[in-house]
Design a protein around this ligand. Structure first.
Ligand code: S3P
Length: 428
């Protein structure tokens, strides 16, 4: 992909596709609920198709019509043994959340992934699920493929989260649906709570007491009507580009602003960004709003471990903002970035430094000293959708032509990214 920097600013109103995390959860809960679930504004992308195809392979009728999914839920016990291993592609969310459901089934199953997913750690779900009584194994008990065998029964557990991970938390909560007794999860650092919110919507017995989640299993779920808000992780690219290019002024409409996801807005505001959230409402228990952004001069700040869970997927684009901010930005407590679709600490450091940025990689983050401008370069996506999109934004903030090799991986979460971007760019 060739990207031509300069000579434009970003003006107008934009809608981003449905939230990826919420879309996965709607497909999962809709499939095991009783009756019809409709999911409007569902994200249609490679990752969500992995979850859709997984449930189709287990006998669930799912139809996609004009951005809407119609799911004929089969009930908690209605899934059928798939004929082949379930291919989760690049999607950690599919593999980790699905494992929580599959450990409760009376059939065996195998979960496989692509080259990137096959290198991602699964011990983080294998340990708690095994404590619940599940029979789940990976290669060296750490990596996919995962083999799951039926068990005599699952039981609720008390689990203090050793890492901040919504996928791990969600996997345990989904297994709890099939468990006797109560599960209690203590989260010392908050992470996205879409699973909790949606379980409640579908009729589950789940409650929050401070940072303790308490859930009882063996409740039947009931089909629902879901509207998926726009994905703040996709909005983040346009928000940062508008901040970086003089004269820009945009409104991103109908974005999910769940406080467990808005770390990016807090961080950018602290950096001096002119951002306003308005038209706030609650849709299916999820806060939604419009986000207005105007060009701003940014300054460096410190981002620490307590904030990471609320902005984990936005760090690549935050690094782009920090690379062009005044002064130093320090990101710490983000070791988990090494285990995402790529090693995001390494990928962002290597690629932005090619453009003249001043970034030092740390074992758990980065030190970024802001520079006045970035230079065009030939950049590599590391086959990671969020790296490809963050680098595209960096390339647009230069004075020339850059190339993004391997840009096609944007299809994982945002197939229309470049079309929407070019519609927003105004020649000046
Ligand atoms: C997700 C949780 C996060 C995030 C991922 C989506 C989810 O992963 O990075 O893109 O939908 O639960 P971790 O739970 O591994 O932090």
């Amino acid at each position: 992909m060739k990207i031509d920097g300069v000579k434009h600013n970003l003006v107008g109103r934009v809608k981003v596709p449905g939230d990826k995390s919420i879309s996965h959860r709607a497909i999962i809960l809709g499939s095991i609920a009783k009756g019809l679930t409709t999911v409007e504004n569902i994200l249609i992308s490679e990752d969500t198709f992995r979850t859709i195809d997984a449930f189709k392979a287990m006998g669930v009728n799912i139809q996609i019509e004009e951005g809407k999914a119609l799911i004929k839920g089969v009930g908690m016990r209605g899934l059928k043994k798939p004929n082949t291993p379930i291919y989760c592609g690049n999607s950690g969310t599919t593999m980790r959340l699905l494992s929580g459901i599959l450990v409760g089934q009376n059939f065996s199953s195998t979960l496989i992934g692509d080259a990137s997913l096959t290198k991602r750690p699964m011990d983080r779900i294998i340990h708690p699920l095994t404590n619940m009584g599940a029979h789940i194994k990976g290669i060296k008990n750490t990596y996919p493929p995962l083999d799951i065998e039926p068990t005599d029964g699952l039981k609720g557990i008390y689990y203090e989260m050793p890492i901040a991970s919504a996928q791990v938390k969600s996997s345990i909560l989904l297994a709890t649906l099939y468990s006797e007794g109560t599960t209690k999860i203590l989260e010392n650092k908050s992470t996205r709570d879409h699973t909790e919110k949606m379980l409640k919507l579908f009729g589950s017995n789940i409650n929050h007491k401070g940072n303790l989640i308490v859930m009882n299993g063996k409740y039947e779920l009931h089909g629902n009507r879901i509207f998926v808000p726009g994905d703040i992780s996709s909005a983040a690219y346009f928000i940062v580009l508008a901040l970086l290019i003089k004269g820009s002024h945009i409104v991103v409409e109908n974005v999910g602003i769940n406080p467990t996801r808005t770390g990016i807005l807090s961080v950018l505001k602290e950096m001096g960004a002119n951002i306003r959230v308005f038209n706030r409402k609650l849709v299916n228990n999820e806060p939604v709003g419009d986000i207005e952004v105007k060009y701003s001069q940014l300054k460096g700040i410190n981002i620490n471990g307590d904030q990471i869970g609320r902005l984990i997927d936005e760090i690549p684009i935050i690094v782009v903002a920090a690379a062009l901010a005044q002064g130093r930005t320090m990101i710490k407590g983000a070791e988990d970035l090494k285990y995402k679709e790529s090693n995001r600490i390494e990928a962002m450091t290597e690629e932005l430094n090619k453009m003249g940025a001043c970034i030092e990689a740390l074992p758990d983050g980065m030190v970024i000293d802001g520079v006045k401008e970035l230079k065009p370069a030939v950049l590599i996506s590391h086959n990671d959708h969020r790296i490809a999109m963050a680098l595209s934004i960096a390339a647009l903030a230069t004075n020339g032509k850059s190339y993004i090799q391997g840009y096609e991986c944007i299809n994982i979460s945002y197939p229309d990214f470049y079309t929407t971007l070019s519609n927003l760019l105004n020649d000046v």
